[in-house]
Design a protein around this ligand. Structure first.
Ligand code: FAD
Length: 313
């Protein structure tokens, strides 16, 4: 079976949910292999084995992380050539999309972003117009390079695991036009990441600068905090919390939207949540059109009541 190469970038102590989804998809499409950047811990190697990954490719050159994405694209292209990959799968983050584009140029291959499904002949179902439609697309030249939206694949380990072998790939590192010289360390919130959370509580302009009630409810539910663009643009919360067309796409079991009107660009990032609860003081807010449960009321009253009630249980 043809090799399907999955790009995995610094997972840390265990694979991210999106890595597991890509590996599951790669095994459905062919033989999964990993183009892996970062330290490969024994736990992660074992986890890769459970997804049927028998070969892990790592760059010969350390320090690719310092070269923005140019070095990573050089590595991924080299790994694709070394494995004669039939397809390359990446996550759908801004960085992964840029790596995909640069790899596409290096390999003279087509790139498809925003995939929600890939069939065995590498025909891709792709989300367009902020998630309002899907279209079928196929790469017609070179190795298909596909960035897949989070939560598009149900994670499933391989029926039989294996012990992965590691290989080193020589990377022709481009002359550094730009180099990362320092990073801002973020304090750990203790909350799950937006992409992986089963519960997301999101606030919009209606929070009026105070994310306290949103954070409190997220914490009692063990969830992540999300936001509309109006809230991130206002600087009330970091940009990384933005859900929507130009933010993250989430598909949790429960999405609580508070003080968010429900514009199409916001919906496109959350409308695949299993259950949507909307809290808005305007009964005609568009968010109620897609909500499974709606509460017409002031979030600064409704959310603390819900938090208190859940705390009691
Ligand atoms: P508003 O539309 O102002 O709505 C605020 C809501 O809060 C209202 O419905 C109001 O009734 C309610 N409210 C006010 N006070 C309270 C209260 N006390 N209690 C309860 N309810 C209250 N937006 C995104 O979210 N994500 C994106 O990724 C995104 N990408 C975009 C990309 C493009 C190219 C463009 C053009 C726009 C994008 N937007 C995005 C912006 C989007 O169009 C909306 O402007 C934005 O989602 C509005 O945010 P909001 O719902 O918080 O604010």
């Amino acid at each position: 079976m043809a090799t399907v190469l999955v790009y995995i970038d610094n997972p840390g102590d265990s694979l991210h949910k999106t890595d597991r989804e890509l590996l599951t998809l790669a095994r459905i499409l062919g033989t999964p292999a990993a183009a892996f950047i970062g330290e490969l811990s024994p736990a992660v190697a074992e986890e890769l084995g459970t997804f049927g990954v028998s070969s892990v490719y790592q760059p010969s050159t350390p320090g690719l992380d310092e070269l923005l994405v140019a070095g990573k694209a050089a590595f991924l292209s080299a790994a694709a050539s070394a494995t004669q990959a039939a397809a390359i799968l990446l996550g759908n983050t801004f960085e992964a999309k840029e790596i995909a584009a640069r790899t596409g140029i290096r390999l003279a291959s087509g790139v498809i972003t925003d995939a929600v499904a890939v069939s065995e002949d590498f025909q891709v179902t792709k989300s367009v117009f902020a998630g309002s439609y899907t279209v079928q697309a196929t790469v017609t030249s070179g190795t298909p390079i596909v960035t897949v939206k989070a939560n598009s694949v149900e994670v499933q380990p391989a029926p039989e695991g294996c012990v992965p072998e590691t290989h080193t790939v020589d990377v022709d590192v481009p002359a550094a036009a730009a180099r990362i010289t320092s990073r801002i360390e973020k304090a750990a919130s203790g909350r799950p990441t937006l992409d992986e959370a089963q519960v997301v509580v999101a606030g919009g302009r209606g929070v009026d600068g105070n994310f306290g009630p949103i954070e409190d409810l997220a914490d009692v539910l063990g969830g992540a905090v999300g936001a509309s663009r109006a809230a991130t643009d206002a600087g009330w919360i970091e940009h990384a919390a933005q859900v929507g067309q130009t933010g993250k796409t989430v598909s949790p079991r429960l999405y609580i939207s508070a003080g968010i009107s429900g514009a199409i660009q916001q919906k496109s990032g959350m409308q695949t949540a299993k259950v949507i609860v909307a809290v808005n003081k305007d009964a005609d807010a568009p968010v109620f059109e897609i909500a499974d449960f709606g509460i017409v009321g002031d979030l600064s009253t409704v959310l603390p009541q819900a938090t208190e009630e859940i705390r009691k249980r």
